[in-house]
Each structure stands twice: as structure tokens, then as C-alpha cells.
Design a protein around this ligand. Structure first.
Ligand code: DAH
Length: 336
């Protein structure tokens, strides 16, 4: 009986060593460790051993079973590990992962481009407050208290005669108050109007204002400067026209149109089939404005202009809904 035990142990150990796969191992387990395996058969055989031998035999068989189980477990772990694909910590041949680099918002890009062009023509950049008084936003700009043009501005009031500026034109007044002519400045910034948000209008938007005051400034200089700007900004092949208009703070006033460069003036969705795009308002500074800031209206003349930046971005990129600029959809923004 003991001989059989020794023999089984040897045979088991050899077969276990030979097992190269988990399937081989399973065969070995069934052969030796299963309920009907060889070790179980030895326990069965113990029943017919002499009573005196039983305790020692039982001990030996238990040891064999423990040994076989432990060997089996160890080998199983080993085979399972080698069956797994090897983990390679780094693959140095892989191409690097690039991090997406953000871009400037289209409104910022347009603003910077406009500033760059006017700076190159000798304009300085000035700023003023977004919370304004009625005086700067309207009165000093020649809007009489009951002037109907005030209605057009959809003003957001904060307190009596205190408001969110409806345009950047009040900065003209602030610049002229602190500086004697010649003045040649652009004034960018936020403006606010109590309007329903739609494809064409926002409550908060940007404008850029321009002002040039000196002795003997003429309307032809206004035209020359604005045409030079438009050709740089929209392209040298555009055609333009000036249409008479009205603003309380300029006389005469004109709006500038350029040929729609998306359809070359043939008429399309963006120019509403007119072939023309309205790009800015402008005019010769009204004498009342000079009087408000203490400039001699007999001695000085000047021109002013203003344009909406979001609107300009729409025209430039052929976008037909202004709201998309502020939805912050990365799929839209990363195109710029
Ligand atoms: N402030 C005007 C507006 O918001 C735009 C404008 C028109 C500004 C003519 C000017 C100008 O300086 O001369 O509609």
C-alpha cells in the first residue's frame, strides 16, 4: 500500500511537470484529484488495510492529497499568468498624442484684426466705462431729451439716468474731454441693448468706434480711411458705396456698404439677395458734439465711425445666425 502511495506521488509530480497548458493540467487534476481519481482510490483501498496500519496510512494519504492540491494550485497560477499577453509598459514606436490647442474666439480675432489695421494708420486705442450716464450716452452726443432716436436704442437703465451704454460712441466724448485735438483713436468694447435675442441681434455685443478730429478734416478723408480699412479687412477686390443716413452726433452721416464677397454682388442668403452688405455707420462730427466737449467747432472738423463686431464676424465668415458665436460649441469654435 505504501509503495502505491510513493508511486502515485511520483507519477503525479512527473505529469504535473509535463503539463504545458491549462488543458493538460486539467487532465492531471481529473486523473489524480477528482472524486474518482487515483488519490480517492487510495483512500478507498485504505478500508481494506489492517486496522493497525490505518492511522499511519491515513496520515500519509492526507499528506499526499495536500501535497498534490498545493502543487496543482501553484502550477495553475503559473500557467494562467503565462497565458496572459505580456504587458509592455511603453511602446516607444507609437506616435505621440497631440493635445488640442485652443484658438482665439472669432469675435476676438475680428476685434484684433480691426485694431491692427487702424493702429497701422496711426489710431490709438482708448477705453471707457460700460455703465454710463444719460449725458455721455445721449445728451453730449446731441440726442435731445425727447429725441426719437433714443427709442431706437432700446436702453437698459440701471437707475435714473444711469444705464448700460447702448453704443461705444460715449467714449468719443470721454476721449475729447481729456485730450485736445488732434485726436485719432479707436474705442472698442461691449455695448448693451434691451432687444429680443434673434439670429440678427444680441443683448450684449461689441462695437468699435473711431474718431479723427483736427483742423481741416474732410469727408473725403473719412471715405479714404474707411475704404482703405475695408479693402484690408474684406479683400482688395471689394466694391463699396456710401449711402446717406442719420445719426444725431454726425452731420452729414453715411452708411458704408461693400459688395457681398460671398456672391460677388450677384445676391445670396447672406446679403439677402441685394448684392450689398452694410458694414458701418459714419459721418462728420456734429458741431454740437464739439461744443459739448469744449472744442472750437469753427476751428476743428472731424469724422467718426462705428461698427458692430459680431455683425462684422458674421459677414466675414458667412455665418447667418449671430447666436452661434456665444453657444461655445467647440465644433464651431475650432474652425477659426
Ligand atoms: N453709435 C452708432 C450705433 O450704435 C454707430 C455709429 C454711427 C457710430 C455713426 C459712429 C458714427 O461714430 O459716426 O448705431
Amino acid at each position: 500500500m505504501l509503495e502505491k502511495v510513493v508511486h502515485t506521488k511520483q507519477a503525479f509530480t512527473e505529469e504535473l511537470q509535463k503539463a504545458a497548458t491549462l488543458q493538460d493540467l486539467e487532465q492531471t487534476r481529473i486523473k489524480y484529484l477528482a472524486r474518482s481519481g487515483e488519490i480517492a482510490a487510495l483512500f478507498e483501498g485504505m478500508k481494506s488495510a489492517a486496522p493497525a496500519e490505518k492511522p499511519a496510512l491515513g496520515k500519509t494519504l492526507n499528506e499526499l492529497r495536500q501535497y498534490a492540491q498545493a502543487q496543482f494550485d501553484e502550477k495553475k497560477l503559473l500557467l494562467e499568468q503565462s497565458a496572459k499577453p505580456k504587458e509592455v509598459p511603453f511602446d516607444l514606436t507609437l506616435p505621440g498624442r497631440s493635445k488640442p490647442i485652443g484658438t482665439k474666439h472669432p469675435v476676438t480675432q475680428v476685434m484684433e484684426e480691426i485694431k491692427r489695421i487702424f493702429r497701422s494708420m496711426g489710431f490709438s486705442v482708448e477705453n471707457g466705462p460700460e455703465i454710463e450716464s444719460d449725458y455721455y450716452n445721449f445728451e453730449a452726443l446731441n440726442f435731445a431729451p425727447d429725441h426719437p432716436a433714443r427709442d431706437m436704442q432700446d436702453t437698459i437703465f440701471i437707475a435714473d439716468k444711469i444705464l448700460l451704454r447702448t453704443h461705444t460712441s460715449p467714449v468719443q466724448i470721454r476721449v475729447m474731454e481729456k485730450q485736445k485735438p488732434p485726436v485719432r483713436a479707436i474705442m472698442p468694447g461691449w455695448a448693451y441693448r434691451n432687444e429680443a435675442v434673434s439670429a440678427r441681434s444680441l443683448v450684449a455685443f461689441h462695437q468699435i468706434e473711431g474718431l479723427y478730429v483736427d483742423e481741416g478734416v474732410t469727408f473725403s478723408e473719412l471715405k479714404g480711411t474707411l475704404v482703405a480699412f475695408a479693402k484690408q479687412f474684406y479683400g482688395s477686390s471689394i466694391k463699396y458705396r456710401f449711402r446717406p443716413s442719420f445719426f444725431p452726433f454726425t452731420e452729414p452721416s453715411a452708411e458704408m456698404d461693400i459688395t457681398c464677397y460671398l456672391c460677388n454682388g450677384k445676391g445670396c442668403r447672406i446679403c439677402k439677395h441685394s448684392g450689398w452688405l452694410e458694414v458701418l455707420g459714419s459721418g462728420m462730427v456734429h458741431p454740437h458734439v464739439f461744443q459739448a466737449v469744449g472744442y472750437d467747432a469753427e476751428k476743428y472738423t472731424g469724422y467718426a465711425f462705428g461698427m458692430g463686431i459680431e455683425r462684422t464676424a458674421l459677414l466675414r465668415y458667412g455665418i447667418d445666425d449671430i447666436r452661434i458665436l456665444y453657444e461655445n460649441d467647440v465644433r464651431f469654435l475650432k474652425q477659426f
